[in-house]
Structure formats: C-alpha cells, structure tokens
Design a protein around this ligand. Structure first.
Ligand code: AMP
Ligand code: MG
Length: 346
C-alpha cells in the first residue's frame, strides 16, 4: 500500500488537508495522527472491519482493548451506559487532556474494541489536529499508539513512518507531541477507582478530585504474571527498543557507581553501551551517553525518542537511571520498568 504523508501545521490548520484524512477514516481506512501524548493510529470506532486492520498493521494481540477518542464530551453518554458523578467531575476538569476513563460500555461499542470486556476506555485528546480530525470524520475514533506493538510509542511522524509506512493509508505529520508518554488510564467501574496506567495526568491531581484511588499492582512492578489481568494490554513487554534495557534505581550516588561498574563490565565483553542520564553534569567515562532531562516532564518528552535514537546507533545495551515516582515520574518509571529486561534496585 502507498502511504500518503500529509504535513499539517497545528498553528495554521488547513481544514482541507484534515478533511482528506477524515474522508479516509469514514471509508474504513487507517490514519495516524498526533495527539498531545503520542501519535495515535485511528480507525472508525463503528466499523469492525476498519478496527481489525489496526490490529493487523500494529501486530497487536487481539486481547488488548482500544481507547475510543472523541471530540465532544457528550459522546460519552452514547458510548457508556452509565456515567457516574465522579466521571463527570473528571471530564470537566481534565478533558480535553491525557486522561482515559473506563466506564461500562453501551451497545454501540463492539467486542473487538473492548476485547470482550463489558467496559470501554474513552478519552478526549487535547490536540487541535486530533480534535478537528475526529469532528470532521463525524464518528468516534479508536486509536492505539501508532507504533508496532511492543516498540516505543511514536512522538514524531518519523517514528510512525519507521513502523507503519506501507501498512496504513495516511500519516499526518503535525510535529513532535507535547507530553511524550501515553494517557493515564483510570477504571471508574471499581470502587474506589483503580489507576491502571500512569500517564499524562498525575495521580496526585486525580486524588484531589476523587479522594481514594487504588493502584493496580502492575503499575509499579514489572510484569507480574500471576495476578489477574485487569487491563489486558499491560501484560505484554512494552515500549522496548531493539537494544536490551537495564534500569538502575536507588540513591543517585549508588546508581551512578553501579552504572559505571556495569558499563565497564559489558564493555569488556565487547558490547556497545548506551547510558540514559538525568544529570547534565554526568561523569560517566564510556558509552554513548544522552542527557534526557532533569525534570520529569522533559524526561517524559524525550524517553521514547531517545530509545529510537539509540536503536539507530545500533547499541547493544541501554542502561537507564531511575527517577522518583512522583508526578509524571510514575509514568516514566512505569514505561522504563516495562521496557527493561533487568531492574537493579540498590
Ligand atoms: P494504547 O492503545 O497502546 O494506548 O493502550 C490502551 C490501554 O488501555 C491498554 O493498556 C489497554 O489495556 C487499556 N484499556 C483499553 N480498554 C480497556 C478496558 N475496557 N478496560 C481496561 N483497560 C483498557
Ligand atoms: Mg501503545
């Protein structure tokens, strides 16, 4: 298939270009588009054949449900059969924005979207191109991240091209995404609500609105195989570059020393090592070293991009410094932990 790349400047949005993409969605085609979190791969949420193509293009396991994206808050009442008071509070405060809520699904939501679950994940993205595209297509749009399943999520059109060129109809290039990690996923079908995936809206902010929130065990740990899988997408290894990732967590001095020790050890074995550091004045002596930011919002924005850059440089091993679990740090650590094959806590 020939993939069309459409460049759109979000500051000077040309409606005619968005309309071409919306028409493709209406005809059952796939369109990758920017959101404020990462690039999404969209299909008409009311067209099962189109949705199946998403799973094929991404190589996504069919038991991993999709998030439905909307451009009008009222759509929630069509997609969910119950909208509790807490949901309305969250919608008013955080939409459009990087928060996905899970509600009991209505009849118009097909099993292929929800992987057979009785609930549906819904979000309204905060990105002009995304919102206009959804509005013009006049249907809700399912959109997982626009990467091959298991790979780092795309934060630039170039990443989507690397993974999906030739497999989908259109890629909209709307520049780099703002946040860089995916939306927070919050299950409102449980009491208290459950945080299933940390993301762009941090837990502290949600707690201010809701009070108590349960944290799903997999959020902080790696993949715990034995616990019941509530959000099926979370059981897979995710976000991972081709190189193996080792994450080192703990007090900074000790982390730094451990990373130097590991670098020396693997270098002797002839491996090409990369280090992801959060300290601008790092003093690691060997390896391809990238400073990815000190504050969590900057780290979040750079994380997936840096993984892909290291892959381009064909490194064998990426050693990453851990960050604190506060604020966006929880989302960053969740992605790092899931991407890594080994976690060292010292
Ligand atoms: P992605 O499309 O890559 O952003 O991933 C979507 C995430 O939302 C995955 O972790 C899914 O498991 C989760 N998700 C989608 N729908 C549901 C649902 N009905 N219940 C629980 N988790 C869901
Ligand atoms: Mg994804």
């Amino acid at each position: 298939m020939k993939t069309k790349i459409i460049k759109i400047n979000p500051e000077k949005l040309e409606i005619s270009k968005v309309k071409i993409a919306a028409e493709t969605l209406r005809k059952g085609g796939l369109v990758a588009f920017p959101t404020e979190t990462v690039y999404g791969l969209g299909a008409d949420a009311l067209n099962s054949e189109a949705i199946k193509k998403i799973f094929e293009a991404k190589g996504r396991p069919i038991d991993n449900p999709l998030i439905v994206h909307i451009a009008d808050k009222k759509e929630v009442y069509r997609l969910a059969r119950e909208v509790p008071r807490e949901a309305e509070k969250l919608i008013n405060k955080f939409w459009p924005g990087p928060l996905t809520i899970i509600l009991k699904k209505s009849n118009i939501v097909s099993d292929i979207i929800t992987a057979g679950l009785d609930s549906v994940a819904i979000r309204m993205p905060n990105n002009k191109i995304a919102l206009t595209l959804i509005k013009k297509s006049k249907v809700p749009i399912v959109a997982p991240s626009a990467n091959l399943s298991g790979k780092p999520s795309p934060t630039m059109a170039e990443h989507v091209i690397q993974d999906l060129y030739g497999k989908i109809e259109i890629i909209i290039d709307g520049g780099e995404t703002d946040i860089g990690v995916e939306s927070t996923v919050l299950d409102l079908t449980t009491n208290p609500p459950t945080l299933l995936r940390p993301g762009g809206v941090d837990l502290e902010k949600l707690k201010k609105v809701l009070g108590k929130i349960k944290i799903y065990p997999m959020v902080k740990g790696k993949q715990i195989k034995k616990i019941a899988v509530k959000s099926p997408g979370m059981k897979y290894r995710h976000y991972a570059p081709n190189a193996k990732v080792i994450l080192v967590e703990g007090k900074y001095e000790r982390v730094k020393n451990k990373i130097q020790e590991l670098t020396d050890k693997y270098k002797k074995k002839g491996k090409k090592i990369a280090i992801m550091t959060t300290n601008k004045n790092y003093n690691y002596k060997t390896g391809v070293i990238k400073f990815i930011g000190k504050d969590c919002d900057v780290i979040a924005k750079n994380l997936f991009k840096t993984f892909r850059e290291f892959d381009k440089e064909k490194v064998d091993l990426i050693i990453a410094e851990g960050v604190s679990d506060n604020g966006l740090g929880l989302a960053v650590m969740n992605r790092l932990r899931k991407a890594s094959y080994k976690i060292i806590c010292i």
